[in-house]
Design a binder for this molecule. Structure first.
Ligand SMILES: Cc1ncc(COP(=O)(O)O)c(C=O)c1O
Length: 453
């Protein structure tokens, strides 16, 4: 048993000047819900991170966790990877924190993206995945001269208005369910009705439903956006090619949201993994190596609408941002991609995830729990159900989402850091030792669960 394992899952020392309790007292006053983004835990689960190392996180009270969130997929090399740290410190020592101008790392990164991504002839940069998805839609609207866009129920494409519609179903959150296709449900207040009327929502894995909406709105739809793997929902084998064919038939641009799948499912992302090439793709997370950087990649004639030399022309598309092309993030991203490009990376990474999916299923079976451990590439899903969900409505209607969420929280208590009902992500630091430790913690969570139910 390694030193780090003996300390994992329980407090041994307090590495930070303040305790968790003290940090929460401050956070409760200055952050809504003492949280960031959309996640909040029950009161007995408190987590303020002190540091990350490889596949592990330590909280401010000294407790160690095995991490399967990896900053929502960002840290594919593992936390605190030396290649990224040294690339960033090199940039810093040369004064390259941010110049707001063309710089060496960002030109090199743009070239690497164009070389690696099947649909990429050119790229434009932004700072976040939300921005990249919003720009992709804007570029598509300008290119086609159409306003409407299409997405799938349960798909998350960022926090912007055109995405914050029918992201969640009734089972995963307290949000109202369910889309009256193609009319979606806003994810919260403040989304203009005019925007809601512009977004058409379809069920994932249902080519007939997609066709029907495209027929009913023929000539109105600029683009269809999809993730290669939609959160907990893997695509049926013919789904992506079917979407490509339908988009071609109805002259609609196909956008892949590769903010998570890009450089994760394979070096060429979900499009290379499934062998289907979209017109545009949105990137974020991994391409910034842990810092904020995003890009839209795609056909040159579409991306070139954002050419600053064309400002003033009718079809010029406004893409702008202080931090787009940030050299610190680009240097980190380049260092990350260089590691990922080494031979055998994806076979190893996806193989580790497959090993875990298989071994975890054995643990659930041993405890006679009605849980499915599944996933593709380096994704790992755990849900109380007997088959992968077909789409969001199927996910909410079948299986037990409440039990899935409660079990995930028990995992966190046992020292396995996951975001409830979210897919889990592997990194190059998830070696066999980490897997064995995770399985022991999973077993402990199952024991607690079965004793209670
Ligand atoms: C599939 C997908 N698209 C877009 C985004 C938004 O990216 P960002 O949080 O960088 O804005 C996310 C973030 O988790 C995502 O998972």
């Amino acid at each position: 048993m390694s030193q780090s394992e003996t300390t994992a899952g329980r407090a041994t020392d307090q590495p930070d000047p303040r305790s968790m309790k003290e940090y929460y007292e401050i956070a409760e006053q200055v952050l809504p819900g003492a949280g960031l983004a959309i996640y909040s835990n029950p009161d007995d689960i408190r987590f303020v991170v002190h540091k990350g190392e490889g596949a592990r996180l330590q909280d401010v009270d000294g407790k160690w966790y095995v991490d399967y969130s990896m900053a929502a997929s960002v840290n594919i090399l593992g936390h605190a990877h030396p290649a990224i740290a040294s690339a960033m410190s090199d940039q810093l020592t040369r004064g390259h924190l941010h110049f707001g101008n063309l710089n060496v790392p960002v030109i090199e990164l743009a070239k690497e993206l164009v070389d690696a991504i099947p649909c990429a002839e050119m790229v434009v940069f932004g700072s976040t995945g939300s921005e990249a998805n919003a720009y992709a839609l804007r570029l598509a609207r300008a290119f086609t001269g159409r306003d409407k866009v299409m997405k799938f129920e349960g798909a998350y494409h960022g926090a912007h208005d055109y995405s914050a519609i029918s992201t969640f179903g009734g089972g995963t959150t307290d949000m109202p369910h369910i889309a009256n296709f193609p009319q979606g449900v806003p994810d919260g207040a403040g989304i203009p009705q005019a925007v809601q009327d512009t977004v058409l929502v379809a069920p994932f894995n249902d080519l007939e439903a997609v066709r029907k909406i495209m027929e009913e709105h023929a000539g109105e739809i600029a683009a269809l956006t999809t993730e290669p793997v939609q959160r907990n929902i893997p695509p049926h084998p013919d789904f992506h090619q079917g979407l490509r064919d339908l988009c071609d038939e109805f002259d609609i641009l196909l956008i892949y949201d590769e903010v998570v799948s890009g450089f994760r499912m394979s070096y060429g992302g979900g499009q290379q993994y499934y062998g289907v090439t979209p017109d545009l793709a949105a990137y974020g997370k991994i391409i910034g190596g842990g810092a904020a950087l995003a890009a839209v990649a795609g056909r040159a004639e579409i991306i070139d609408q954002a050419n600053p030399r064309r400002r003033g022309e009718d079809d010029y598309v406004f893409v702008n941002g202080t931090h787009c092309g940030n050299p610190l993030a680009a240097a980190a991203g380049l260092a990350c991609l260089r590691e990922l490009k080494k031979p055998g990376t994806y076979d190893w990474l996806n193989g580790q995830a497959e090993k875990m999916r298989r071994e975890a299923q054995k643990v659930f079976d041993r405890h006679d729990m009605p849980v499915l451990s599944y996933g593709v590439a380096s994704y790992w899903n755990i849900l109380f159900r007997d088959a992968p969900p077909r789409n969001q409505a199927d996910m909410d209607a079948t299986g037990d989402m409440k039990a899935s969420k409660e079990f995930d929280l028990e995992l966190v208590r046992q020292g396995v850091y996951v975001l409830p009902i979210n897919r889990r992500y592997f990194s190059l630091a998830h070696d066999d030792g980490i897997l064995e430790e995770s399985l022991r913690r999973l077993d402990a969570a199952c024991r607690v669960w079965t004793a209670r139910h």
